[in-house]
Write a protein that binds this ligand. Structure first.
Ligand SMILES: *Cc1c(COP(=O)(O)O)cnc(C)c1O
Length: 472
């Protein structure tokens, strides 16, 4: 499998090069040059397979012949061996045709573990094969950082630096990142918000000299392998509910759009997805874009669902590329307009396609709290605030007639409530039950460095601590 950049001006590369590169050299994001497609018969066979077997079948066409089948199988099995639920991604029924897909049974209790556990193994293998080291620099709104550190801690060939917005992640999220004591783990609390972290990260990747000196590798969902690792659970859920002979809708709590883009890919691969519903909190750039056709960023607002406090969604670029019929020239113009003016205009045809495949709605903190209380009351189920945004938006999409009652609706449950205890307590009056891993982290020392939102200071800090530089 070969990959092309959305900006159309970077070398076409194979799976492992794309895995190690993250961002393309022209500033674009990699997507497959040709999309694989499963037949109806193949999709029927997915029903009832163990999760790892299904994941292997879905992932294999994207890896192509770059990794021997038995090695890939072993990596996939190891990636999910640490999950605490036998089904890996269990489906829970909440209403007559409404379901939750629980994606929080991995080691850091959010769906980010699905891709990150696999990504770490793929990267480690690719680096070892090439006799190379790498420096991972990642930005997190809270959950990516914990998942990345958990997946990469102690690995010989990789140092990991995670930038999180200072004081804008929950204590549980912070401790997951700052308590691992391995020397290759480095945390930077940036004085800014998540968009600042992400912008700084992008400028580091766009700086050729720094990128080479540090052998930078990215683990944010700009990295194609992150998307790839999130496609299988769409197949698992939909085939359990009757696909391919029945259509299924998905509602996805969204920030950077990596998760829902994986759903869009599942649809491209042949899964009969009726509609993909984007659920946002008050940071509603995507819901506004779906209404108006104008992609217009505003100041990010801190909410009770902090992992979605994002204004500039990196994977919107991949989506626009696909919706425009892979028109890199149009996309370059759009991205330039957006970075110059803060507003990008969708073309009529892109807007039409966006509206035909997607719905999008927002929920503010108060509405989210009401959903947490209602789900507890009606179904005796405790939802985390991100999941609650999803459930509230799914209900809105039903009310507005965007999803027919006959279509099963699967809302992705992206995190365990114990990661967001204060928001849950605000609506239910009680703290969620704390799993052992969270309790254990409370008594461990934390390590992180508070740095200003300044490219040179952050880059110097990373250069000082990265083993790639020290050993060169
Ligand atoms: C990352 C995250 C999201 C948003 O996912 P994207 O892929 O960035 O759209 C939603 N909920 C939780 C709990 C997350 O950690």
């Amino acid at each position: 499998m070969k990959y092309i950049s959305t900006r159309g001006d970077a070398p076409i590369q194979g799976f492992e090069d794309v895995l190690l590169a993250g961002l393309a050299t022209d500033g674009g994001l990699y997507v497959p040059q040709v999309w694989p497609k499963f037949t109806k018969e193949e999709i029927s066979e997915f029903a009832g397979l163990p999760y790892t077997e299904l994941a292997l079948r879905v992932i294999t066409p994207f890896v192509g012949d770059e990794i021997p089948a038995d090695e890939l199988k072993k990596m996939v099995e190891e990636a999910y061996a640490g999950f605490s639920h036998k089904a890996i991604a269990p489906l829970v029924q909440l209403g007559s045709n409404d379901f939750l897909l629980e994606l929080f049974h991995g080691p850091t209790l959010a769906f980010k573990d699905f891709a990150m556990q696999l990504l770490a193994r793929l990267m480690d293998r690719a680096l070892a094969k090439r006799g190379r080291r790498a420096t991972i620099v990642g930005a997190t709104s809270g959950d990516t950082g914990g998942a990345a550190i958990e997946a990469f801690r102690g690995r010989d060939n990789i140092d990991v630096f995670i930038l999180h917005p200072h004081n804008k992640v929950t204590k549980v999220q912070r401790r997951q990142m700052t308590t691992p004591s391995e020397d290759n783990v480095h945390n930077i609390a940036l004085e800014g918000n998540f968009d600042d972290c992400q912008a700084l990260l992008k400028s580091m990747f766009n700086n050729g000299a720094l990128r080479d000196e540090l052998q930078l590798a990215g683990v944010n969902s700009i990295n194609w392998a992150r998307i790839m690792g999130q496609i299988p659970y769409y197949f698992a859920a939909a085939t359990a509910l009757g696909a391919p002979s029945r259509e299924v809708a998905f509602c996805v709590p969204s920030g950077n759009l990596g998760d829902i883009f994986a759903g869009f890919v599942a649809r491209k691969l042949g899964l009969p997805i009726n509609k993909l519903v984007i659920a946002t909190n008050a940071n509603d750039i995507l819901a506004r874009t779906l209404e108006t056709g104008r992609y217009e960023s505003r100041q990010a607002i801190a909410t009770d669902s902090p992992s979605m406090d994002i204004q500039v969604s990196s994977n919107f670029e991949r989506l626009l590329f696909e919706l425009s019929g892979e028109d890199a020239i149009w996309l370059n113009g759009f991205m330039r307009q957006f970075s110059d003016t803060g507003t990008g205009l969708l073309s009529d045809s892109v807007f039409d396609k966006f509206r035909s495949l997607f719905a999008a709605h927002r929920l503010d903190d108060q509405q989210t709290g009401e959903v947490i209380a209602k789900i507890q009351r009606d179904s005796d189920y405790m939802a985390d605030p991100h999941t609650a945004v999803g459930l509230g938006v799914a209900a809105l999409a039903r009310q507005k007639g965007e999803i027919a009652d006959s279509i099963p609706m699967v809302t992705l449950s992206t995190a365990h409530p114990a990661k967001f205890p204060d928001a849950v307590e605000k609506s239910l009056g009680v703290q969620p039950f704390q799993p052992d891993i969270i309790v254990a982290q409370k008594n461990l020392p934390e390590r992180y460095e508070v740095l200003p939102n300044d490219f040179d200071i952050v880059a110097d800090h990373i250069k000082k601590h990265a083993r790639v530089v020290a050993n060169s």
